[in-house]
Design a binder for this molecule. Structure first.
Ligand code: PGA
Length: 262
């Protein structure tokens, strides 16, 4: 059993005022009839984590939790501008996105660094959301499986049995922020491949590990993606910024959860 999870990734968006409106709107919606037994989270920019943690506590919904969008690979020390996992933990973060393609591309993050960041999150009791996925060029040249295989192999090499405590997010780069989602079949096929690779190292972990899909998920395509056998949730960028859209995607997950074998 792999309970569906929907995680919003606000990226570099938000303000004190709009965050408060967002959390209040989502909480109001969730109070009216979300079935229990699944998870929803959102990853806010660092400066807003304290505020968002408080807003969540105020609305006291146990299944809406907080995450961060990145973490340092170091524990403490002279790393100007970086944020340690222990600090995120103190801000009540449950999840940390690591290796998002925007960080891989814009900040030259390598698979090794991503795995080190995941370890930091795990050591502080948080769940890393490890992002993988191919570029448009890689898919167009038929190399998407090879690329993702390499990314997963590097995570396995460093994290080993601790991978079981992570989430993986398959986010094809060509689908991120473009409005062009992968089809449910394309996503399912890659998720199945990822699960199969992990099963090669640890069969039990592969069965319980949740693999999220990210890339232009919206209220219209969410249920078609989430109903697929190996898609265990969504990582939502643009459509997590609008509280009503995010809530609709959460509702889609809620109804899939109650009717499918996930
Ligand atoms: P998107 O972003 O939903 O806007 O495509 C997803 C992500 O970057 O995590």
């Amino acid at each position: 059993m792999r309970p569906l999870i929907v995680i919003g990734n606000w990226k570099m968006n938000g303000s004190l005022a709009s965050n408060a409106d967002w959390v209040k709107t989502v909480c109001r919606g969730m109070e009216q009839g979300m079935p229990s037994g699944r998870q929803y989270a959102f990853c806010a920019p660092f400066p807003y984590l304290s505020q968002c943690g408080q807003l969540i506590r105020d609305c006291s919904l146990a299944f809406l939790t907080l995450g961060a969008q990145d973490v340092s690979a170091h524990t403490t020390g002279a790393y100007t501008g970086e944020v340690a996992a222990s600090m995120l933990k103190e801000m009540a973060c449950k999840f940390v996105i690591v290796g998002h393609s925007e960080r891989r591309q814009l900040h030259q993050e390598t698979d090794e660094l991503v795995a080190e960041k995941a370890l930091q999150a795990l050591d502080c009791g948080m769940t890393p959301v490890i992002c993988v996925g191919e570029s448009a060029d890689e898919r167009n040249s038929g190399r998407e499986v090879e690329v993702v295989r390499g990314q997963i192999a590097k995570q396995v090499a460093v994290l080993q049995d601790r991978l079981a405590d992570c989430l993986i997010a398959y986010e094809p780069i060509w689908a991120i922020g473009t409005g062009l989602s992968a089809t449910p079949e394309q996503a399912q096929s890659m998720h199945e491949f990822i699960r199969g690779r992990i099963a090669g190292y640890d069969e039990k972990a592969a069965n319980t590990l949740r693999i999220l899909y990210g890339g232009s998920v919206n209220p219209i395509n969410a249920s078609q993606l989430l109903v697929m056998q190996d898609i265990d949730g969504g990582l939502i960028g643009r459509c997590s910024l609008d509280a009503n859209d995010f809530e609709k995607i959460c509702l889609a997950a809620a109804s899939v959860f109650t009717t499918s074998t996930h």
